[in-house]
Design a protein around this ligand. Sequence first.
Ligand code: ADP
Length: 399
Amino acid sequence: MKILVLNAGSSSLKYQLFNMESSSVLAKGTCERIGAGGTITHKKTGAEPLFEEIALNDHGVALARVLELLISAEYGVISSIDEIDAVGHRVAHGGEQLKKSTVVTESVIKYLETIVPINPLHGPPAIAGIKACMKLMPTVTQVTVFDTSFYSNIEDFRYVYPIPYEFYEKDRIRRYGFHGTSHRYVSAELAKCLGKPIEELKIITCHLGNGSSITAVDGGVAIDTSMGFTPQEGIAMGTRSGSIDPTVVTYLMKTKGYTAEEVEDILNKKSGLLGISGLSNDCRNVSEAAANGDERATLAIKILTNGIKKHIGAYAAEMNGLDAVVFTAGIGENQWNIREKVCRDMEYLGIEIDEDKNRNFTRGIPFDISKEGARVATWIIPTDEEYMIALDTQVLASK
Ligand code: ADP
């Protein structure tokens, strides 16, 4: 079975074509600057990548070009579009109703349209991508896989915010959680690595990238997560503040005359590692500056690692135990310095890592960094959201 996985952003479209029999990627690429020019980087596995500048007016035009590339003589990997058995769409938000991966129908699209107000950035491009596919590949099964659905079992006292209840009831303001596909994938991979049923494990998964979230997975079920109504909540990120006293928002508006959009822009794009360090949102650069003695970079790294530590402690308390901690995504997979700072002085919880293994880890594979005899297993697990989406799509398309 061949499955095309699509991830549409506001001006981008990422794609991967999987051969499910061999669990391999046949080709992948990214369309960028959609609606404002257009570029495509396309890579057929084992070949040199192709880069082209081409007018991409909308997601439909981008997808049409991707399909052309996939069947082209030089860069293609299939001889006809008919070889694609199903398409899996990454959709950030499934709202309260779409609780698991779903075959696309008119009513799914209609529901996604009704929740655009709570998903203004990712909703419209995702819907555009789905509609483009339905037009260009009308007979192919389309599946939507939601970042939020891993959190559909979180209990109300963990997702309802302590503000007047009508804001939940009428406006659906609540914790939704994001990155669920990644947390679901790495927690399942960890259980395989440990050779234990996931039902018996209490795991904390730390997805640390430009956007970061931490999830408590108890017996394979996500019971709490750091991101909330939007991906803004939780720990400090590349440019996002994470959780702060909400009064800071109104205080800034009242004393500086900022509009809602301006405060949102500050908290979303000018905060986090960038805002504290004044240097960069990239954790590699901030870490390097901190290692060279830069005070604000040092502070930024401390704020980040302390935030992760606090969530691990909180989630171990919520689960009443802890068997394993997983680090994943750009920072989690690559930056030993962050893992080392998070895991230091955590013996009380049973977390002890082997500093040598942590520094000299092998990239790109699941890697155990636990100290010999540690009560809690600590692993680096490379995430693969696209493959998880392909797996869900395969199951639904085979029905
Ligand atoms: P996104 O949330 O955009 O998917 P990533 O998961 O790619 O983000 O993570 C980006 C972060 O990972 C950056 O802060 C970057 O500094 C950090 N990072 C560290 N080492 C690497 C690496 N080798 N490759 C990619 N990102 C890395």
